[in-house]
Design a protein around this ligand. Structure first.
Ligand SMILES: [Zn+2]
Length: 395
């Protein structure tokens, strides 16, 4: 039957969006599960399938989603061998959390809490105290750390309980606010190359009867943003990290578990006007908006006081077939940010939250020229961004 022309478009309902599996299978559940298995008080196993180990290592590969590993057996033979379809592989996907972006996900990993509690709800978010946007990744403008993220990290609690704890990452990250609020506890060890990080991670893992080591590599994400998922540069990085994971796995000391995971996946966005909606050139979307936060595929929209309802109506009308468009309270009620929202976090979430369903982004050519020019993007609730690997190697 032909649809009558006057029929309302099918709007995506916020409550129908696929919500991250907070509490049972999200990034925030990983470290609590591992340290619960090591006997650190105050934690329980949130991901019950994981068997406890005395020594736990997490290798986080920035931007390497579950779907991307599955799609590239030739470039990632080692990681592929850990997938459940291969002989003996026990790997599974978990969800990153919303938004699926580095600052939010690293905070979820390190604190063991969903975004609604750790309070880093996006790439940029409004600071309710100042009314200005704050970049959560670069911590600009500088903001006092403790009031912004008051919880201890799992690393700090594990270290205090006698687990030998270390983070092995790029030297430049040692003093960053994001490391301090999300990933500190025990020793931070900076190494420039991926190979050195793997070797040192294995060494630190062996340094205690019970140990917890986190290590990180960034450039799969970097090349994906610049050249796209599946570009030659991206494939080269995938081959490289596959070798790194193998190198680390081969050096595991006894009684160890290695978990390879990621902070989010990625999706390429075509360069055309339909796929890249430029907020800075769109008077309709801009009406009543005081600040545009988040990132292209996960926008926090902060309205001028009194204009919240109008902004929601317009955003839903204009974008509601391609984005899940929710009011702050609808997004919270649907569980996008986790089961609980701390009071200090509430005002950091947009009056309107728009999460991309289709292969589209809301760019901001004037205010975010660098981000708007990226090929690969992430942030939303779709499986290609949201599902991250949890691949396991045991010694
Ligand atoms: Zn990224």
């Amino acid at each position: 039957m032909v649809q009558p022309a006057w029929q309302d478009p099918v709007l995506l309902a916020p409550e129908a969006a696929p919500v991250p599996e907070y509490g049972t299978g999200s990034l925030a559940d990983l470290l609590p599960t591992l340290v619960a298995g090591q006997g650190v008080p105050g934690f329980e196993a949130m991901i019950p399938e994981l068997t406890p180990a005395d020594r736990n290592c997490v290798f986080l590969i920035d931007g390497l989603g579950w779907e991307q590993i599955k799609a590239h057996p030739d470039e990632a033979p080692f990681l592929h061998s850990l997938l459940p379809t291969s002989r003996g592989g026990t790997g599974r996907p978990i969800t990153s959390g919303f938004p699926s972006t580095t600052a939010t996900s690293l905070a979820s990993v390190g604190t063991g809490l969903p975004p609604g509690e750790h309070g880093l709800p996006g790439y940029t978010a409004r600071n309710p105290e100042t009314g200005a946007l704050m970049n959560q990744l670069r911590w600009k403008p500088w903001t006092a750390l403790k009031p912004w993220q008051p919880y201890p990290t799992v690393f700090q609690l594990a270290d205090a309980a006698g687990v030998r704890t270390a983070q092995v990452s790029a030297p430049g990250f040692e003093q960053t606010p994001l490391t301090k609020v999300a990933l500190s506890g025990g020793s931070f060890l900076g190494r420039l190359t991926g190979e050195d990080r793997m070797d040192l991670a294995a060494e630190r893992l062996a340094a205690g009867d019970r140990s917890l080591v986190y290590t990180y590599y960034s450039e799969v994400d970097g090349q994906g943003h610049r050249f796209g998922v599946d570009s030659d540069a991206w494939r080269g990085q995938l081959m490289y990290v596959d070798g790194l994971a193998r190198r680390l796995a081969e050096q595991l000391p006894p009684r160890s578990a290695l978990y390879v995971t990621a902070d989010h996946g990625m999706i390429d966005i075509p360069f055309d006007e339909e796929s890249r909606i430029d907020f800075d050139e769109d008077w309709e979307l801009g009406a009543g908006v005081a600040l545009l936060g988040g990132e292209g595929r996960a926008r926090h929209v902060y309205a001028v006081p009194g204009a919240q309802a109008d902004v929601l109506t317009v955003w839903r009308e204009v974008l509601g077939e391609q984005f899940w468009v929710a009011s702050r309270d609808e997004a919270i009620a649907a569980g996008w940010f986790g089961p609980r929202i701390d009071e200090r976090v509430y005002g950091r979430i947009g009056d309107v939250v728009a999460a991309a369903h289709d292969d589209v982004v809301i760019t901001a050519s004037a205010n975010e020229p660098h981000e708007s020019a990226m090929v690969g993007m992430h942030g939303s609730l779709t499986p290609v961004e949201q599902l991250v690997p949890l691949l396991e190697v045991r010694s």
